[in-house]
Write a new protein. Structure first.
Length: 314
């Protein structure tokens, strides 16, 4: 199976030695790695009746690549540990592997190795490595009062897709939302093309915009106020209306789109692909139009007995 997974694969330049030895060899040109890891468990983070194996593979890589890019680093290699039942079809593993390699290539990297074990359910653990190319890491702690808050990528569409799948209903024109949930499309280039242009703090939106901007606010010792008008998405609002749902709730707390949210020096013109959505202020916490929004700010893995929502990945 390991031979089958790796047959014909071509490693990216950051992988000096790929699968076949006791460990891989990955380049660290400036002497540092950005490293992150994430785990997906069947029926907790994805469902086999909702997503194809290719979708699951792409999603597993994308959420890790987004974390690396959110630090201002270029993805260089991924290591994947896969646990699966003994009766798992070979074609399923082929699709999973193809999806992983496709997303790794989209992120500019490759899969350097990993592990394969037998388990009761499907479990995927991905470790990602990134190269800062001599630059400084972009952390959550750099936001300053007066900075512009901006986002690259779409918000709320993955949450809309999850809502559709959970409800079991199919209103018209839902393919876009379903695709957004099944395979997130982090806009890697929007970050990596602009890492030296005035961004002061950065995160990927995995748990929800309010929750993830809350991490920036807390780490930086500031407050963030969002402009609800800047966050509106007419297409998403039309879909929400057909489902009797709240598009603003999807946008603010949905997560899993793996868009990027950051703060930018007020002297900097926002690069292409970034939309201003608010300001950094003195104080603490995240508000919308100056008011605290009631309810949860986003996803919590251990939020309570009933917190498990199949499809949520964080």
């Amino acid at each position: 199976m390991i031979e089958r997974i790796n047959r014909g694969r071509v490693q990216a330049s950051g992988v000096l030695l790929g699968p076949g030895d006791d460990a891989a060899l990955v380049a660290a040109p400036d002497g540092r790695f950005v490293v992150t890891t994430d785990m997906l468990v069947q029926d907790r983070h994805f469902r086999l009746d909702w997503s194809s194996p290719e979708d699951i593979g792409r999603k597993a890589i994308a959420q890790n690549a987004a974390d690396v890019v959110a630090m201002g680093a270029w993805p260089s290699a991924f290591v994947v540990a896969l646990g699966c039942p003994a009766d798992t079809a070979l074609e399923f593993v082929d699709g999973l592997s193809d999806g992983m390699w496709a997303e790794a290539a989209r992120a500019g990297a490759s899969i350097a190795g990993g592990d394969l074990v037998r388990s009761r359910e499907l479990v995927i653990s991905v470790t990602a490595f990134g190269d800062l190319r001599g630059g400084a890491a972009i952390t959550r702690a750099g936001a300053r009062v007066g900075d512009t808050v901006a986002v690259a990528g779409r918000l709320g569409w993955s949450a809309a897709g999850l809502a559709i799948l959970t409800a079991g209903s199919r209103p018209d024109d839902v393919a876009e939302a379903l695709a957004a949930h099944r395979v997130p499309q982090p806009p890697y280039a929007a970050v990596l093309d602009t890492v030296t242009t005035g961004v002061t703090a950065l995160t990927d939106v995995s748990d929800g915009l309010l929750a993830d901007l809350g991490h920036i606010a807390e780490s930086s010792g500031v407050a963030i106020d969002l402009d609800s008008a800047a966050l509106r998405d007419p297409a998403l609002e039309r879909l929400a209306a057909r489902m009797d749902a709240d598009a603003a709730q999807w946008i603010l707390t949905g997560g899993e789109d793996h868009a990027f949210a950051g703060t930018w020096s007020p002297e900097t013109d926002l690069p292409a692909g970034w939309t201003p959505i608010g300001r950094v202020c003195a104080g603490h916490g995240v508000t919308v139009d100056g008011a605290t929004r009631p309810g949860d700010a986003g996803w919590e893995s251990f939020g309570g007995v009933d917190s498990a929502v199949p499809g949520r990945s964080r």
